[in-house]
Structure formats: C-alpha cells, structure tokens
Design a protein around this ligand. Structure first.
Ligand code: HSE
Length: 401
C-alpha cells in the first residue's frame, strides 16, 4: 500500500480524503496498488471526524516518515506551503498540489527539484479545478506549437457575470447574493479583481512555452466596473461579457492579459455559464481544442488532486517530465497589444467618434443619450491616445471577435 499525507484539511483536503475513501477500489486498480492516508496535517483538531486519528500538527512527523512517499498539499497560499513542499521534494517524496499561488510563484523551481530527485511535482488541480488541462498540455498537446490559450478560469466571476446577464442586476447585488450562497468568498478581491485568473493563465502559459511567465507581468483587469448597461449593450448584438485569461504568441512576442471581453454566440466559450470554467487552446496543427468542466468545488478539485496521486504512484521514482525552465519569458507591453474595443460615450460626441475611430460598428438604441460602438482593431496605445480626446467617455470593454 502507498501511504500518503495530506497537508491541510480544508475544502480540498477533506475532499481528497473523501475521494480516496469513496473510490478506493477503482483508484487501487488504476494506481496498481492501494492508496491510504496515513497523516493529515492541520492546526485544528476534528474530534467528530474519523480523520482525527490521522491528524498531526507537526510537519516534521510527515517529513521524517520514510513510509510517506507522496504528499498532497491543499493548504493554499505560499507560507508555509512553499517550505513544506520544497522540503518534501528534497527528501524524495512526490508532491501533488491544488495550490495555484504556490505553482505560479515557484513552479519552475519545484519542477526542477522534483526532476533532480526523480520524483514528481504535479499540479493538475491548480488550474480549472477538476478539468484536466495541465496533463493534456504536458502529455497530449506535445506535437503542436501553442498559438493561443483563452480561458474562463474563475468560477466566481463567471457566476456573477452569468447572473447579471440573466437578471439584469448590477454587480454589487449579485456579488452579495453569491456571497450568501457561498459561491463567492467573504473577501472576493482575488476573484473579482482577476488575480486568481492571472495566476492560472500564468501557469498555463509557462507550461505551453516551457518557460517562466511571471504573473506580475500580466495586465489584469477585474469585473467590478462591469454594469447592467454594459450587458444590455452586449445583448443587443447577441453577445455576452465574460472575463478571460488570454495569452497568445504573435510574431515571436507573447501577449497576455486577464480582462472582461465581449464575445458573440458563435464563440464556443459563449455557452460556458455559472461556476463552470473552460479553456480553449489553439495549436498550429491541431487547431482549437476545448476543456470544460467544474473549475472549483470540493469533490471536483479533489478528483484532480487524486488523479495526480494515481499518476505519482504509477511513476514512483520516475520523473514525468514537465518542461518549465526558470528562464523568464517576457510579456510584451500591454500598449502594443491589438484589440477591438466596445466604447460608450455621450451621443453628443458621436460625430467625433465616427471621424476619429475607423470601421465603427454602432450599437444604437440601448441607453438614452449615449453612443455605444465597437472600434476596428487597434493597439491599446492607439485606443488610449484617441479616447483621451473625448470628454464624455463612460467605459470600454475589449471585444473578442
Ligand atoms: N475562487 C476560485 C474560483 C476557486 O472561483 O474559480 C478555484 O480556483
């Protein structure tokens, strides 16, 4: 039997124990041997839970136990997760984690340590919850040059935008409702400001190109400024507004951003609603391939973590190569990125807009006294310079078609 330790008995950690118990037989068959939890590390005790007999409060108990060959890290954050994971790998234990903060910040280093110790550092659950996307990127899409990754990478914001579109409600009231239903955190900043999606697109992009892409270099804009009126404009042309993590290689340069975008119904990501996530990867030979499923939640995320445990058992003492060099891959300045923009200004400046922006598509009759339009493709700098000359500018949203 393979004995594992779980660090953190929160939502995902308790889910891992549940998945291993519920599906013990099928997991044993697929892994080639039984997988049992020997320790669960947590600061707390759980006297009402059968897990209590496995609870330890000192990480060294796990580190010093040669019977533990796999450590599951579901604590979140980087402190003390980074220290624990690094020590586990250096002592020859494989690590499976759901922790995107850890992977985005230290992925290259931890992958390298795992390789040097002939163990594995696996992180399927760090992006897209239960959706298999890391393993496909590493093991399946290996014949292609990846041209673009475009993903709905955050369940909370997708739920909020879906509800705003369905009910015509504003951001604040839907956020409150999502918090009451437990879909949004009490402190929703990381989700609604796009920081969570930023770490996820940084991880996917690093894997796609085998180099370190720093999440701090990725332009990130959340959904807090999206209004019910913006969504009415989108609906008037059969479009939706969703927040995407996007990266693309054009002419040898990498462009990346997290930002709300308007997309039309012919985009396969248009129908991705509620807390679901989806990631569309474009390869130069394969074309588009899409991964869809539950991007969060206890069982779904734990399922992805346990799939990594099975992989680690099947590859005991054999590193499943992940190419992630720590050499930094520069992200092109946001000013140089080309986009189309949906813009709202006062009706009084319509004539000026028609002169100064090329190829305007007007969205008439949505908000009284306003002129809404979509620009042609232009760089962010060109857009910012042009719109600066307008006194009545209300908002702009990038357009993904
Ligand atoms: N807060 C995240 C989300 C959880 O809403 O998608 C999964 O990373």
């Amino acid at each position: 039997m393979i004995k594992i330790a779980v660090l953190g008995y929160g939502t995902v950690g308790s889910g891992v124990v549940k998945v291993l118990n519920t599906n013990a037989n099928i997991i044993a068959k697929r892994a080639g041997q039984e997988v049992g939890v020997k320790y669960v590390l947590d600061l707390r005790d759980f006297p009402e839970d059968p897990v209590q007999s496995k609870i330890v409060h000192d990480f060294n108990v796990i580190l010093d136990d040669p019977e533990i060959s796999i450590v599951v890290e579901t604590m979140g954050g980087t402190k003390p997760a980074y220290e624990f994971v690094k020590k586990a790998l250096l002592s020859g234990k494989s690590v499976c984690t759901s922790n995107k903060e850890l992977v985005a910040a230290y992925g290259a280093e931890l992958v390298h340590i795992a390789k040097s110790k002939s163990v594995n550092f696996l992180f399927e659950a760090s992006v897209g919850g239960g959706i298999p996307v890391i393993r496909p990127l590493n093991q399946s899409l290996t014949a292609d040059r990846i041209e673009q990754i475009n993903g709905i990478l955050n369940g909370t914001t997708n739920y909020i935008l879906t509800k705003m579109a369905q009910d015509g409600s504003d951001f604040d009231s839907v956020l409150r409702e999502a918090q009451e239903l437990g879909y949004a955190e009490k402190d929703p900043t990381a989700d609604v400001e796009g920081y969570d999606a930023c770490r996820k697109i940084a991880i996917l992009t690093s894997l796609a190109y085998g180099q370190q892409v720093d999440y701090e270099d990725i332009y990130t804009e959340g959904i807090t400024k999206i209004t019910a009126e913006d969504i009415r404009y989108a609906k008037s042309i059969g479009a939706a507004i969703k927040i995407f993590g996007t990266s693309k290689k054009i002419g040898g340069k990498l462009y990346a951003m997290v930002a709300p975008q308007m997309i039309r119904s012919d985009n396969p990501l248009y129908a991705v609603n509620d807390v679901f996530n989806a990631i569309c990867v474009t390869g130069n030979m394969l074309g588009d391939v899409m991964f869809y499923g539950k991007g969060a939640g206890k069982e779904a995320t734990a399922s992805a973590v346990v799939s990594d445990v099975v992989d680690a058992v099947k590859h005991m003492n054999i590193n499943v190569m992940t190419i992630w060099e720590d050499e930094k891959m520069p992200v092109a300045p946001m000013d140089e990125m080309k986009n189309r923009f949906f813009v709202r200004i006062s009706e009084s400046e319509r004539g000026k807009a028609e002169t100064e922006f090329e190829e305007i598509e007007a969205l008439d009759g949505v908000v009284d006294g306003e002129f809404g339009f979509i620009t042609g493709i232009m760089t962010e700098r060109e857009f910012n310079d042009t719109i600066a000359g307008f006194d009545s500018f209300v908002t702009r949203i990038r357009v993904g078609f």
